[in-house]
Write a protein that binds this ligand. Sequence first.
Ligand SMILES: Nc1ncnc2c1ncn2[C@@H]1O[C@H](COP(=O)(O)OP(=O)(O)OP(=O)(O)O)[C@@H](O)[C@H]1O
Ligand SMILES: [Mg+2]
Length: 586
Amino acid sequence: MREGLDRTELARTRRENANLRAAVDRCEDMVLITSPSGSIEHANPAFERVTGYSLGEVVGQDPRILRSGHPDEASYEEIRTQLSSGESWTGTISNRRKNGELFTEQATISPVRDAEGEIISYVRVSRDISQQLRLERDKAELEHQMRQSQKMEALGQLAGGVAHDFNNMIAAIRSNAELALTEASSASPEQLESLEDILAASERATNLTRQLLAFARKSVLTPQVLELGELIDELRSMLERLITSEIHLETKVPRTLGALRADKSQLQQVVMNLVLNARDAMSEGGHLLLEARDVLLDATHCEQHPGARPGAYVMLAVSDTGSGMTAEVQQRIFEPFFTTKDRERGTGLGLSTVFGIVQQSGGHICIYSEPDQGTTVRVYLPAVARQPESAENAPPKSTPTKAEASQVLSCRADVVAEDMSPTGGTADVLRPRERPAVRCPARGETCGGAPKALPGGDETVLVVEDDPLVLRATVNILERIGYRVLRAESGEEATLIAASFEAPIDLLFADVVMPGISGPELAQELCGTHPGLRVLFTSGYTHDIIVARRGINAKMPLLEKPFSAATLASRVRQTLDLPLDLDSAG
Ligand SMILES: Nc1ncnc2c1ncn2[C@@H]1O[C@H](COP(=O)(O)OP(=O)(O)OP(=O)(O)O)[C@@H](O)[C@H]1O
Ligand SMILES: [Mg+2]
């Protein structure tokens, strides 16, 4: 009788255990059970999915295998103390997947006690919140961009309103002073001097309001079809006089460059203001590079730059190897009267004027800068057919929209402008391959033509980029065209991933300028440990500036940001297909 009962109880306990196990295994959250001494006893399938470790690999191990180093040892100690006092612990932990990638868990760890109150195990229920954190960060960034754009819009209206009324007042002051001067035959020399001073002051005030009107996009423009190359040639001798002898000025303008339609003197002002800023940033000398190029902007680029529209543009890039800017300064550079220079040297109207002129001409601006690393300012102006003036040649828009002002955003996320230059171009490297080729919708929308298949592959690419938005966009594109992608937000993280990743890594795609370990340093380190590794660098600075500034190999393969999905795909494929000895890591 007793034996019969025991058997029934045993069967019931078994059933209950099986049900409990099934429940744990079906749970969407990760469940990890460890012994009091800290070795893993069970992990459910959600844990296997998120971490990449199989149950067999982790049973008997210490959960420390997941450790990322964040939080630091002190925080782990805090968790341990709380648990050993018998309490549960809830919080977020940064851990590492089997492939080395970091992820963030929202976790609750609780001690489990037996009937006598002894701790018999710990159960950790957690979920991977990395994606949610990323979305929150993106949302915050977008909201910030929107606020910036509204601020610029409001400033524009204010500046435009004030400048307009001021202009009328100045006109009255000026004409009266001129009149008085012409009728001042009996005036004393002092009186004449006073009148001339009034005229000179009103001249300065007129210049100031002109710049404010340009910022508010209320200039009277006389647009004409122009060649940027010619304009730069004409300006060159004047630019040389503006800069100091310690600054080496270089211009790179291809002979065949698309025409654009703009007001000539305003465009000259754009170039001059950018060159003057570059000069001021290089008080101890340096390299100043003016480059022009034809580019195609695709839909993805435009999504990230609300003022931009897909299409063909002429790009002017002004790069310097000067002081660069902090993120805080970059936030404000287009605001009228924002300056970091002293009163004699800067009014803070240079870039706001550039901003207004470029906007009014249907273009937009991207700035890339880091403290002590120099600056690259890219101005995109719509390309037009080289024909006599016609309505069709007009820029794509003339009435500014709210969204337009948001081009003040930092352009670090600027990933998809297609470079049409022969060196960075796509046509010459696109060739049929027996590789996965996937249509990229963003690319298809570019010019209304038939969507092109992007060259892809199945190799493993390690993407290292400190800007989260650029990182995500790059990873998305590469994954979409078939690559296995490992992502890292720093050189340090990349070395950890490379050390723990068991399969070969075929390509390192790394930003050149990053805090901590730089792209070239990382490449050097990884090329030593991963003999078959190829390297493609990327940077927001232009190629020559990177070479001049960092003193690295000019032959080093570099993809300039912003890049399009098509350019990224073809340069990655091209680099992977290079014979190894040509693939120089600089
Ligand atoms: N190439 C650059 N390198 C470093 N900082 C720059 C660069 N361009 C602009 N800045 C920063 O942006 C600020 C605003 O530039 P902006 O051209 O509008 O005004 P400014 O040069 O100070 O004065 P102004 O142009 O009216 O003489 C500068 O004071 C400087 O801090
Ligand atoms: Mg300036």
